[in-house]
Design a protein around this ligand. Sequence first.
Ligand code: WT7
Length: 656
Amino acid sequence: MSDNTESTTTAGQIDTVMHESRLFPPIGEFVAKARISSLDQYQQLWDEAKESPVDFWAKLAQEELHWFRPFETPLKWEEPHAQWFVGGQTNASYNCLDAHLTTDRRNKAAIIWEGEPGDVRTLTYLQLHREVSKFANALKELGVGKGDVVSIYMPMTPELAIAMLACARIGAVHSVIFAGFSAEAIADRNNDAKAKLQITADGGYRRGKVLPLKETIDAALEKSPTVENCIVLRRTNNNPPMQEGRDHWYHNLMERASSDCPATPLESEDSLFILYTSGSTGKPKGIRHTTAGYNLYVKKTFEWVFDIREEDVYWCTADCGWITGHSYIVYGPLSAGATTMMYEGAPNFPAENRFWELVEKHQVNILYTAPTAIRAFIKWGDHHVEKHDLSSLRLLGTVGEGINPEAWMWYHEKIGGKRCPIVDTWWQTETGGIMMSPLPGAIPTKPGSCTKPLPGILPSIVDEENQPVEVGHGGMLCISHPWPGMLRGIWGDEERYKEQYWSKVPGSYLTGDNARCDDDGYYWIMGRIDDVINVSGHRLSTIEVESALVSHPAVAEAAVVGRPDDLKGQAIAAFVTVTGEASEELRQELRLHVRKEIGALAQPDDIRFAAAVPKTRSGKIMRRLLRDIACGKETAGDTSTLEDYSVLVSLRDEEE
Ligand code: WT7
């Protein structure tokens, strides 16, 4: 199993990756109908874009977006600030909805949704337009206007997409917070963003249980003084308390809202949304994306990578709480006029065959999921898959972390029936959309590689001295020309934006990933260069988890590292020094404490009590050493071990 972080950068690991020489050319049947159907065609497009990226994007922007007012300047670039399509006015909600109403797509399914209990709803473009317009009016009624931040904490229901699009319609800036985060985490984000309004639900279904979302929001809003109103969707009928004057039922607001709400013309660079993600410090960053550039980028990359056809049912299994849901459930597919499927619940409810049942029932043609899910399916057993007819599938995708070649082969054989290309898409919250991926009708795939950059994307790999590395060598992955989907900043933290992404390699955006490029120009992502770990395709900062641990009164010091995990990619291992007695109860309490502080996804898998946290002479935690120990044979369950690192520390001190 691959450890996506540092260990892959050691010589031995690079060798193993290099042995992966299987090449899967695009499949004939697929190529025949593909938009981009040969390597030459891809190369031509990429070369054209490289020649003049600004003209390339300007032409696409004119063709692909609706302009209330045309733009004058395609790009203003004052490093590190890019402004795309300056002078123009557009609206992402218009591009996703109104633009289709005068076409044959008017009555086409925009969203096919299935709830975890099995309830199904389909919204056509016309119906979705109506719901979004009404909800936008409801937001206005509560005083929300252009530039106001709206915090969204909802289950995966159509109303989550409706809420996002309604914000976009009136120029409000949404900040979607994944429904697994704790009240503390929500309050932090609400305060950082100065959110004015909260949208939530009475609950959501997960593995047959009701998630008490409103209770969590009540606790969060106690600490979110900027939030004036809270809209509550009735999903589970679990009757949470409603606070007079602050809380409003979604259905009551909708009942009286007019469905007439023309999309507000917005400046290209008006903020569309903020999305919080982990960086290498304890404080999450509010990644800011803007209107026109983001919209264009997700629309085009969606069309290129998923080779979407009018009749397709496309299903991305992500949650709208992450960037994948923003870009490839909502904004990309809808602006391309596609049918996008949403599913509310868990992949193993009521049984481990739920995804395959959904694929068969809704005749899904394109499936986009995460390697961590694929590894779970493998573990659960092929019989869950074999029960179902998956012949509707024609294209598969992955995102979130590298996919190990064995999981890739299983996906190819068992899910794709060897007839579906696989697109391994590399990108980040910051990049807005997919940056590197095979184009399924054009680029032969190699299991484990995200293959080549999309048109308009110019990657480079450099060493510590900012020199380009030789072919086949690992280094820091950078992007050397602005692209329309790039982040425009970190909300309220200009310094961190500069420092994080633009200070290390002058003139280039620093991705934070290590990568290497092989003889064929294929890219292999080798994991992060910073203290960010990837748990089930979700980014977490080790320092964030450390801060949560240290905030417990019994903890003196904590050091957190990632260790390889068969299912999650990386698991969280914590080394903790306590002020009093170490015990099994405390271990359990600390797990719950982190869960309460951040959310279930950050709960440590291993907690080891240690006499001291090993540090270098300059006081830096020796993470490499801890990683070695975390990966080692010693079992984490042993409560009695108070490890003494002093010997190891003195041995390793020089290396760090
Ligand atoms: C980090 C970004 C992009 C949406 C989901 C995650 C890792 C992502 C791949 C891939 C290898 C990948 C990188 C990246 N990553 N996709 N196909 N192969 N690594 O978004 O939370 O912003 O995390 O995920 O390390 O930097 P995110």
